[in-house]
Write a protein that binds this ligand. Structure first.
Ligand code: KIV
Length: 272
């Protein structure tokens, strides 16, 4: 596939942080493969996340928990071959960063040694702050993730809005500050009240990237298959579908199937 015809400056971690200081919103999406990654990059996305959501929307699992380090490395490599400009972030799988700081450094190190990611993302607040500090000190930029952290779905009892109580909101603010102090360069805020996301965004100097966290974050992210209307199993309230591609893909494949079965494809012109 042809990449960008005009050479584009590759965005760095400081470029993404600088966008907050310049009051420029950060546009982010997920990708799991080369073709979508190249399209997103050509469309001008600032940040592409190889999310562990791929466990659900790419691999068909009911949660993100089965995602493995080897799968993460595979998808990050596929995506990186399509990306020239956007900052590329790899998501750390469940249990790849919880066991010990040493193991986390080795696992995060695989992203940087074996793929072309610019940063890794991991879920959690104060409890992962020391881990984040060690990763950043080792030269590996880290993006945090607070609120509805899908790797804790079993503890939450479903994909529910988080930090709705005063105590929960205060804890989330403490978590955000702990991540910033530990050196995280940005934080995803997922499915929390918009007012809380606004307060966190105002109190932090690093950018917040919202998903289901209202309009006042410093940037937004969605799962690519959700916003293109390809993932039809359910549609969260915070998803805006910019296309309805599932129906279009089905229609095209149905037409192809009929053409083959009726002897309409291939034609003489399509033959040698
Ligand atoms: O895995 C993922 O896609 C994510 C985003 C939804 C933020 O974590």
């Amino acid at each position: 596939m042809k990449k960008n015809s005009v050479a584009q400056k590759k965005l760095s971690v400081p470029d993404i942080v600088g966008k907050k200081q310049k009051h420029e919103k950060i546009a982010a999406l997920t990708a799991y493969d080369f073709i979508f990654a190249a399209l997103l990059d050509q469309a001008g996305l600032d940040l592409i996340l190889v999310g562990d959501s791929g466990s659900m929307v790419f691999a068909g699992h009911p949660t993100t928990l089965p995602y493995t380090m080897d799968e993460a490395i595979y998808h990050c490599n596929a995506v990186s071959r399509g990306v020239e400009r956007a900052l590329l972030v790899g998501d750390m799988p469940f249990l790849s960063f919880q066991v010990s700081v040493e193991e986390t450094i080795k696992n995060a190190g695989r992203f940087f040694k074996e793929t072309a990611v610019d940063a890794v993302k991991l879920e959690g607040g104060e409890e992962v702050a020391e881990t984040v500090r060690r990763l950043v000190k080792s030269g590996m930029p880290v993006m945090g993730h607070l609120g509805l952290t899908p790797q804790s779905v079993k503890r939450f009892g479903g994909y529910k809005v988080q930090a709705k109580t005063e105590q929960g909101a205060q804890q989330l603010l403490n978590d955000a500050k702990a991540l910033q102090d530990a050196g995280a360069f940005s934080i995803v805020l997922e499915k929390i009240p918009g007012g809380l996301a606004k307060k966190v965004s105002e109190e932090l100097s690093i950018p917040t990237i919202g998903i289901g966290a209202g309009p006042d974050c410093d940037g937004q992210i969605l799962v690519i298959y959700d916003m293109l209307g390809l993932f039809e199993q359910f549609k969260p309230k915070f998803v805006r579908r910019y296309a309805e591609l599932a129906g279009k893909v089905r229609e095209a494949c149905q037409k192809y199937s009929l053409d083959v079965k009726n002897g309409q494809f291939p034609s003489q012109e399509e033959s040698f």
